[in-house]
Write a protein that binds this ligand. Sequence first.
Ligand SMILES: N[C@@H](CCC(=O)N[C@@H](CS)C(=O)NCC(=O)O)C(=O)O
Length: 259
Amino acid sequence: MSEHLEDPTKHLSSDKLLFLNSMECPFAQRTWIALIEKQVQYSKVDINLRNDAGQYAPENKPEWFLRLNPNGKVPVLAYEEERTIHQIYESNICNEFLEDYQPSPSLLPPHPAVRARARIIIARFSENFVPAFYRLLLRQDTEGQQQAAETLRAELQWLEAHFDSMGPHFMGTEFSLVDISLLPFFLRFGVLQHYRGFSLPSECQKLAAWVQEVSKRASVQETSVSAKPELSYQNYLTWVYQRYADASAKSTSAADFKD
Ligand SMILES: N[C@@H](CCC(=O)N[C@@H](CS)C(=O)NCC(=O)O)C(=O)O
């Protein structure tokens, strides 16, 4: 049975976005940070993807959630305009949508070729780094873990080499969608360290300084919160990812990255 969340789609409007979030989700955190940085009006509804024991609980997904995103994944943005309901999902697409919906303050560089470069970095990270991040946790065999760790190291070296020479942000002086797309996974490095002994390679000094710097931003602090009051944020993440690390995760996200 789904959780008793009042159906928020009954109150959709044109001047306030509905944002479907899950506190544990790095993809949803991307969109949450972008909403705050954009200073867009939004109302947030948290979908709890697990029960109290920490097991995957797809029965918690209300029917109106599945109507908004048939893939059953957060994040989702929705609003109503001239009696049409607009529904947007996939974190990077949500964030691109926000850039179009409210261009200022911009979260992409002004030059078209530099914008394209920002998108190349986001696409590469999402295609290579993110699956390897999950695989390192999900794989139970040493060989699979070593392969995933090698991919992560190679991708981290590529990111280090493509980081702006001056910083402090990935594309230079301005905080951008690149920072937003990458950061939630860097905030979860403690989990890789805890379960697999993997940490940021020492040669990735620009990335290390960047994580320190951007973690202080108000939007990042506001979105880095434990959904279990008795656990610190890092301990909460360790609790969440235990199901990945012992291969008991049943979520569609775990299935997406298993091999
Ligand atoms: N590619 C998607 C991935 C989103 C995703 O996997 N979200 C997870 C939570 S972290 C989810 O909603 N899972 C629902 C489920 O496993 O049933 C995006 O970028 O938005």
